[in-house]
Ligand binder design. Structure first.
Ligand code: FEO
Length: 392
């Protein structure tokens, strides 16, 4: 991709990664992603905001071929998909100063071995003039590392937000064209890396509300010409109460647990509760994370294996514990052969979840009529709890 003009002397650089399918060796990227860097030519100074993932360095360097001078390189976030090419930029433009938060400085020195003297740290709210354009740096910690900040371009009212408001989408569209598609990708991204820091992100949103913002330019995905769309979505995700939804990750070995899960799903639906069902043997964990944003109840379905939960169920419990969703209730259903400590082990894996544990439904071997009755009772309890709490 060539450099693309956003507005007067402001350009989007970077790279669209159509082929990437996994981030951090963990997070699925079904739609690829992009690493957006931005170039602003002020009347006196030029700044590059963020860079790209190291394998994409040749594309960024080609986009900069006709840029004779860069005065500042801003690193909003030290993670390598945005910072990994910064050493190459600093080698090419030795006069450039690397602008970052004090926390980011330490990380950039450790992760990229950038010389200490190259860095210019900025305080929260500090401004740097490019002549006729002014960069204002706003600390927005924990989106999703502790050092993160954003830049507000005062005269143009553009917010450069790095991971904040980003979405993993590969597209040639510079601006958001399909809000439905971007909503899902942005929610998935929020769920995967920002949900654990909801309360801090809420404070960050309150801080940003003080600034007039006419455009949001993130470092993944497309630019928002209608910022209210993504600001409203984020406010909903950080403020929203759980919805009348059960998220039900499960795994089954010989169909007994599956029979129980199928019955529970039918019984919940019959009682007016929505269910998001995930077979952990085949599921996309990004979808599971996204569903957890809205879940009022989590029910884990697992057989007992080697005296404990199936490893896939343990993985889901570990993930849920790390993501800290707002769910209020949790239960476990499943079949066992001769015994074990499935419930105790799973319950011990979720100390971060502030949930009321509802009586689990377990059965020996294949489910009996008594098992199905127990599942109906669990469904009725969940429906009642959701109604009592006003979850809709
Ligand atoms: Fe896109 Fe946290 O890096």
């Amino acid at each position: 991709m060539f450099a693309r003009k956003i507005s007067d002397r402001i350009f989007c650089l970077g790279s669209v990664d159509w082929d990437r399918r996994l981030f951090d060796a963990l997070i699925p990227l079904p739609d690829g992603t992009s690493y957006n860097a931005y170039l602003i030519n002020g009347s006196e100074k030029t700044v590059l905001l963020d860079a790209v993932d190291p394998p994409m360095a040749p594309e960024l360097m080609a986009q900069l071929r006709d840029v004779p001078k860069i005065d500042f390189v801003v690193s909003h976030h030290a993670e390598q998909d945005h910072s990994g090419t910064i050493p190459k930029i600093l080698d090419t433009y030795p006069e450039a100063k690397l602008v970052c938060t004090p926390k980011a400085k330490g990380m950039l020195v450790d992760l990229l071995q950038i010389p200490d003297e190259k860095c210019k740290t900025v305080e929260d709210g500090e401004s740097v003039s490019l002549g006729d354009k002014t960069l204002k740096f706003i600390y927005t910690p924990w989106v999703h590392w502790p050092e993160t900040m954003v830049t507000w371009l005062e005269e143009d009212r553009i917010l450069f937000s790095c991971d904040f408001f980003g979405s993993h989408i590969a597209s040639t569209d510079l601006f958001v064209t399909d809000e439905g598609r971007v909503y899902e990708a942005a929610k998935r991204y929020f769920a995967e890396i920002m949900m654990p820091f909801r309360s801090i992100i809420k404070k960050n949103l309150e801080k940003l509300a003080l600034y007039p913002i006419e455009m949001i330019a993130p470092s993944h995905g497309q630019i928002y010409a209608n910022p209210a769309f993504i600001l409203d979505a984020y406010n909903d995700w950080v403020n929203g109460t759980p919805k009348n939804v059960v998220v039900l990750p499960y795994v089954s070995m010989h169909e007994s647990t599956k029979q129980m899960v199928d019955h529970l799903v039918a019984s919940l639906v019959d009682k007016g509760v929505r269910v998001e069902l995930f077979n952990l043997a085949v599921t996309d964990i990004g979808k599971l994370a996204m569903a957890l944003v809205d879940a009022a109840t989590i029910v884990v379905g697992t057989p007992t294996v080697l005296a404990g939960p199936h490893p896939y169920a343990a993985y889901a419990a570990f993930l849920a514990n790390a993501l800290r969703p707002e769910a209020k209730f949790l239960s476990i259903v499943g079949s066992y052969g001769w015994g074990g400590k499935t419930v105790e082990i799973l319950a011990g894996m979720i100390p971060n979840l502030k949930v009321e544990v509802l009586d689990p439904v377990l059965c020996k071997g294949v489910p009996s009529q008594a098992t199905f009755t127990g599942l109906d009772e669990l469904a009725a309890t969940i429906a009642k709890k959701h109604a009592e709490n006003g979850f809709t």
